[in-house]
Design a protein around this ligand. Structure first.
Ligand code: SAH
Length: 251
């Protein structure tokens, strides 16, 4: 999650996976766009689920299935494909990161999605978490403050045929009022406190998952709305890049 810890990870390469990345065929419709790499990495994903997610307590079968399906290798830079299924975050440019697979699964599971929900995601980044959410909810409203990241994620998710995602380049600490209230909200950047607009936009019984803390470490909080009170539960320690905005960190 934290961009500052990435350097060390670059030293460990999953070289065995790299070979597959070079395999090409002309059967994939995605290749017309010159972006989607053909090798599927299904075995790497199954191993990721069985060694990184299940042993750490991820149980929701729908979440495990989505993590097996979404091709994380497509959301990382070409030079890092060999590390796409490793147990850590990776850089995605603009000083931002794609979250560690376990954290994606943990946050998604905490949202308790049944498939009917409208879910705002604050911090699109690579769009990987967006894809996992889009498989599990009715609609995803994703907000990213760095426009080039939003555009890149939007193009990739369109090529992958997702049709239930709305994108916006904006300050997500303000939520997405137009479509509120929401049953579930996810924030994938670390905040100094819970942004009030997100609390306001939560439906009765709605869940908000957000990392709260200082700029170096946070606690992953799950907030559940009960009429006008909010129940808070910690899901453990984590490290994310900054949530920058009106109700987040100042730049
Ligand atoms: N879920 C993403 C994680 C991206 S890192 C993934 O798996 O790839 C967090 C992202 O939050 C960064 O891209 C950062 O630019 C974005 N971000 C930070 N503050 C934001 C804000 N106020 N509104 C929207 N996006 C924000």
């Amino acid at each position: 999650m934290g961009a500052r810890t990435i350097g060390a990870f670059l030293l460990h390469g999953g070289l065995s996976l790299r070979v597959g990345a070079l395999t090409q065929s002309d059967s994939s419709p995605m290749e017309e766009h010159g972006m989607i790499r053909d090798h599927d990495y299904r075995l790497a994903r199954e191993k990721m689920v069985s060694t990184q997610l299940i042993p750490r307590g991820i149980k929701d079968p729908r979440v495990l299935e989505a993590m097996k399906e979404v091709r994380r290798d497509l959301f990382v830079e070409e030079a890092l494909i060999g590390q796409a299924y490793n147990d850590h975050p990776l850089p995605i440019g603009h000083n931002q990161t794609i979250s560690q697979p376990f954290i994606v699964a943990l946050m998604t599971e905490a949202l308790a999605l049944k498939g009917t929900e409208k879910v705002p995601e604050i911090g699109t980044g690579s769009g990987y978490q967006t894809a996992v959410l889009a498989k599990l909810a009715d609609k995803v409203y994703t907000v990213e403050r760095i426009r080039p990241l939003m555009v890149k994620a939007r193009n990739l998710l369109a090529q992958l045929n997702f049709q239930n995602i709305l994108f916006k380049a904006f300050d997500g600490t303000l939520g997405w009022e137009e479509y509120a209230p929401f049953d579930a909200i996810i924030v994938t950047a670390g905040a100094p406190g819970i942004p009030q607009p997100l609390l306001d936009q939560l439906a009765e019984g709605g869940r908000l998952v957000i990392p709260i803390g200082n700029r170096f470490s946070q606690e992953l909080m799950k907030v559940t709305r009960r009429k006008n009170s909010y129940n808070q539960e910690s899901l453990g320690g984590c490290r994310f890049v900054d949530l920058v905005g009106l109700h987040g960190w100042k730049e």
